[in-house]
Design a protein around this ligand. Structure first.
Ligand SMILES: [Zn+2]
Length: 200
């Protein structure tokens, strides 16, 4: 019995480390898993075990993928003359779910934040410049960055250093909540933001 308490406590503690999950929810989740078929727990454990082994970063866009290049970068039906620039790899999924955008992506891996010690050199900007130089006729870069101080700083920086390239730079502006997060923007708002993007 003592051992059983041990594993329950350990699992509650592990689940409560997840974002948005407090101790109460973690406890509910653990007891829920215990109450369901053991096959479910095994599948969950197997998939978690495989997660870090199977998921790679796409060498082109920096997105999460199981194959390199990722399915988006290697999809000839997509418009590769437009690159949507996002802060984090998971932002790609959020935008894909809005079903509005059919171009390529580029993950910056963060935003410029001098106070936190994050400078342009920490972001995947050199790789973006290489993509522009490789001459795939890139016509537009859409900055899908959150409208925060860091997002604005990064947008201004990109605008400045990309001036020499014959590429139009636009930004999702209308509809996104100020200081808000792409993650919490509903699909309709996100679709509208793409259609109403503005040139900067
Ligand atoms: Zn990719």
């Amino acid at each position: 019995m003592k051992q059983e308490q041990g594993i329950l406590d350990r699992l509650v503690s592990l689940f409560s480390k997840l974002p948005g999950i407090g101790k109460k929810s973690a406890t509910r989740i653990v007891y829920h898993i215990l109450g369901t078929d053991s096959a479910y727990a095994l599948t969950l454990a197997d998939e978690l075990y495989e997660l870090h082994k199977k998921i790679l970063r796409c060498e082109t866009c920096g997105g999460f993928t199981e194959s390199n290049p990722c399915p988006i970068c290697s999809d000839s039906a997509r418009n590769h003359s437009i690159i949507c620039i996002v802060e984090r790899a998971q932002d790609i999924r959020i935008i894909e779910e809005a079903h509005e955008y059919n171009g390529a992506y580029h993950v910056l891996g963060g935003l410029i934040a001098p106070l936190e010690g994050i400078s342009p050199g920490d972001l995947s900007i050199g790789k973006l410049i290489s993509r522009l130089k490789e001459g795939h006729n890139i016509a537009e870069l859409i900055l899908a960055l959150n409208p925060t101080l860091e997002g604005d700083t990064t947008a201004l920086y990109l605008q400045k250093i990309l001036k020499e390239f014959p590429v139009e730079i636009t930004r999702l502006a209308s509809g996104l909540p100020v200081g808000g997060d792409l993650e919490y923007t509903d699909r309709l708002t996100l679709s509208r933001s793409f259609r109403g993007r503005i040139k900067i």
